[in-house]
Design a binder for this molecule. Structure first.
Ligand code: SF4
Length: 463
């Protein structure tokens, strides 16, 4: 749900690309907004552009054309996307729009009539056709400039692995199924081959993403494919087993608590998959979950969490919640807070309910005023901060593997993450005496302190 631009173009001061193509190569800039799924779309577009000999630049004035990959999950994201298109039009003038906001072509053209083309999410071919028309590729495609793992927007040591597009659920606050269509799982052989390529290119952490990761393969009826001489089915457990073969970190995002999720917990307990589950519960009150039409809302989640932790005591659980959903009573909210106290989740993000144009929740009765939503948000965050601080404090004194993201600052403190920390959304581990540590390095660190979000540690051994 993040909408922050991941590689917003600069207005001036063009920087030369690290691997510059010949001077005749047409130059394209890309602004990528939205969630990790959109980020992967951007990476695919960039990969295609590089494969065809386009030069990727990071400033508006150095680009012959700019692609804006938009988000429309919330109205605020839609406004941010429209602003980004406006900025690209003002600073460059040749703009192709893609991504989730692209389904509202009339709106985009009404506000920004000069855009060259508008396409929807994961319409790579249409984006490339629009680029070809406005900015034909150079004669020589420079295929040799393309690394086998494609072009990535994330640092070299971690990568998002998108296993499917779209969603079969019908959550009333969400328009993603109408934007991205029904669930379409990628064949398991393709996914594992991509993961293998990333691992060979130096990636040390794979972040598995989709709209509904535990539903992987349901749409295709779990077809089989062979990888490294073994038969795998296109389904959640086989995916985890295959990724475990790579010997790097695998982190699972957007998992719903369907019963078959229990099957991957032993892999976590055995250290083959990170003991980390990102489960967007969104609420706990049965009546609110029903009004939200959440998947797996009837599962006995507290019992499941207890059983998972019994089988894998290190398990870290991350979730997001929405407060102030239409019809949420004070009792519903108290139920949620009690549930959180019981569940003791490690990491929690919370959003105030926002009306999204086109979402069915808009038509529900009982919309709350903004003050009430704010009040509930503050109360929930206060409760959760104490829980998170308690959960992190349990790690003090332990020795953990830490993947370094940032080299040391002037005080010698490097920044990394342990198994409990997903990039961008969770906390970090600040490693003292880390002046020799480099991004992508893995160190064994003793955890020496903690607060509500982050850990502090010291190096035991470095690789
Ligand atoms: S699971 Fe629900 S919230 Fe998530 S993409 Fe599907 S419909 Fe939207």
């Amino acid at each position: 749900m993040s909408t922050s631009p991941s590689n917003a173009l600069r207005k001036s001061g063009a920087k030369r690309p690290r691997k510059a193509a010949p001077p005749t190569a047409p130059k394209v800039g890309l602004v990528s907004l939205g969630c990790p799924k959109a980020l992967v779309d951007s990476e695919r577009i960039m990969t295609r552009l590089r494969a065809e000999g386009y030069d990727l630049v990071d400033s508006y004035d150095g680009a012959d054309l700019v692609i804006v990959n938009t988000c429309a999950f919330l109205d605020t994201a839609r406004d941010e996307s429209l602003d980004a298109i406006g900025e690209a039009m003002a600073e460059n003038g040749k703009v192709v729009v893609t991504g989730c906001l692209g389904v509202h072509e009339n709106l985009i053209r009404e506000i920004h009539p000069g855009v060259l083309a508008v396409t929807g999410p994961h319409q790579y071919e249409t984006v490339m056709a629009a680029v070809h028309q406005a900015l034909p590729p150079a004669h020589d495609p420079y295929v040799d400039l393309l690394p086998p793992q494609g072009v990535k927007l994330t640092p070299r040591h971690y990568a998002y692995l998108k296993i499917s597009e779209g969603c079969n659920n019908k959550c009333t606050f969400c328009i993603i199924p109408s934007l991205r269509g029904p669930l379409a799982s990628r064949p398991i052989g393709d996914v594992l081959a991509e993961a293998e390529g990333l691992a060979e290119a130096g990636v040390k952490e794979l972040l598995v993403i989709s709209q509904d990761t535990s539903a992987y393969g349901i749409d295709a009826k779990f077809p089989r494919q062979s990888w490294r001489g073994r038969d795998y089915r296109t389904r959640f457990l086989d995916l985890c087993e295959g990724l475990a073969e790579l010997g790097i970190w695998t982190r699972l995002h957007y998992v719903y608590p369907y019963p078959h999720v229990d099957e991957v917990i032993p892999l976590m307990a055995a250290g083959k998959v990170l003991p980390y589950l990102d489960i967007p519960f969104q609420h706990a009150s049965p009546s609110v979950l029903k009004a939200m039409r959440r998947p797996a809302h009837q599962e006995r989640t507290l019992e499941r969490i207890k059983a998972w932790r019994g089988a894998c005591p290190d398990l870290v659980l991350r979730s997001t919640f929405i407060v102030g959903f239409p019809g949420e009573t004070e009792d519903d909210f108290d139920f949620l807070v009690d549930w959180l106290e019981e569940a003791q989740l490690d990491r929690v993000g919370c959003f105030k309910y926002e009306n999204v144009a086109g979402a069915r929740a808009q038509a529900l009765d009982g919309h709350l005023d903004e003050d009430e939503k704010q009040d509930r948000w503050e109360r929930l965050m206060e409760v959760q901060q104490e829980i998170s601080a308690r959960r992190l404090a349990r790690l003090v004194g332990r020795e953990l593997d830490v993947l370094i993201d940032e080299a040391a600052d002037k005080d010698g403190v490097a920044v990394g993450r342990c198994y409990a920390d997903a990039p961008e959304i969770d906390g970090v581990v600040r490693v003292a005496d880390g002046k020799d540590l480099r991004p992508g390095g893995m160190v064994r660190a003793r955890i020496t302190g903690s607060d509500e979000y982050d850990l502090r540690g010291e190096v035991v051994t470095a690789d």
